[in-house]
Design a protein around this ligand. Structure first.
Ligand SMILES: [Ca+2]
Length: 356
């Protein structure tokens, strides 16, 4: 534990299947080392499993399954166990549960119940948190998992559920909204993601970001969305319609560097109302058409008194629909420097509307 803690490695351990206290070691080290996460088990009804150990060292609960006792033994795969237990790898040779205890668990893959089955859910969430932000400490990871668990049982932390049953979705949102991180691969966002000041969101080259349910990015911190010529970023608003929710909204002192990205299918695609700096280079903007709609807007925010940083909108391809919408809209803003060059703007009501 000490060695792992020295290197910032989280250790996730099952509380034990002793049906009560105390929490077994090594899970019980969670009260001594901040890299240790002690996991209790919930059953198929999202209630603490009766076999789970409990105690002040429990940090979080996770689905551990239940099994049930009939025909004279514990059953995990029978007709009465449907939906109760946790599918997992098992040994690919006959093993003790089968040969000695006679438990009906399959070789190679099978259903079982226990805090050993609960624990990997938390390992997985910890790994996903670190995949978003590998700079987090093990203590950060534990804090995120605790703070985003769904509280169960008596209100607040308790000795059965710890801070609650682990919630992967909330943990990942919390990670980005408190610590920042990097999106990559295929990402679906179904709720607004707000990046606060002093936090940075990176979007990797090749990322395909789908915004559903009018979700969008609101940036008070920093957005780095820099694709490459061969690995462009796609941000698809899926017909996001509201003006108050542009696909990317850079606010206050936030900043954004966006390059080699294809933005599409939203009424307003990028709106910067910030005293920070923005650069938008080699991007495309399509399907924002409609009267008054805008691909790129730089707009003095009434709440931002100090003008704006540098604004560079260069080498972009902006395509309206049936000569409607504004390509680039500059409104009531005085950037420290303004560079609007090299853009190809077609089929808009106005290519560049400037009220600088
Ligand atoms: Ca509780």
């Amino acid at each position: 534990m000490i060695y792992a803690n020295t290197y910032g490695v989280p250790i996730v351990a099952g509380a034990g299947n002793g049906s009560g206290s105390p929490v077994y070691y090594p899970a019980a080290y969670s009260s001594t080392y901040s890299n240790v996460i002690a996991v209790s088990a919930t059953d198929h009804n999202d209630q603490i499993a009766s076999y789970s150990n409990a105690g002040p060292q429990v940090n979080v609960a996770a689905p551990g399954g239940w099994g049930s006792y009939y025909d004279g033994s514990y059953r995990y795969n029978g007709p009465l166990n449907q939906g109760q237990n946790i599918f997992s790898t098992t040994p690919n040779y006959p093993f003790l549960y089968q040969t000695y205890y006679g438990i009906d668990v399959d070789t190679t893959y099978g259903y079982l119940g226990g805090t050993s089955m609960a624990t990997p859910h938390v390992n997985g969430v910890a790994a996903l948190i670190l995949s978003l932000n590998p700079n987090l400490t093990a203590a950060d990871v534990r804090t995120i998992i605790e703070q985003t668990a769904d509280d169960k049982g008596t209100p607040g932390r308790d000795d059965y559920y710890g801070y609650g049953r682990v919630n992967c979705y909330r943990a990942l949102r919390y990670t980005l909204e408190h610590y920042g991180g990097t999106l990559s691969g295929n990402v679906v966002l179904r709720e607004h993601l707000t990046i606060p000041s002093s936090v940075t969101l990176n979007i990797s080259p090749g990322t395909n970001l789908q915004l559903q349910n009018d979700a969008a990015l609101t940036i008070y911190g920093t957005l780095n969305a820099q694709g490459t010529a061969s690995q462009r970023i796609v941000i698809d608003g899926q017909n996001l319609s509201g003006w108050t929710t542009p696909m990317i909204f850079v606010l206050q002192a936030g900043g954004a560097s966006i390059a080699y990205a294809d933005l599409k299918n939203a009424k307003y695609q990028l709106v910067a109302r910030t005293s920070g700096s923005i650069s938008v280079d080699n991007c495309s903007f399509t399907n924002f058409g409609g009267s008054g709609n805008v691909a790129v807007e730089v707009d003095q925010n009434e709440g931002v008194p100090n003008g704006m940083g540098n604004a560079a909108i260069t080498n972009n391809a902006i395509t309206g629909t049936a000569k409607s919408g504004y390509g680039i809209y500059l409104w009531n803003v005085v950037p420290a420097s303004l560079n609007v060059t090299g853009n190809s703007i077609q089929d808009c009501y106005a290519a560049i509307e400037s009220h600088v």
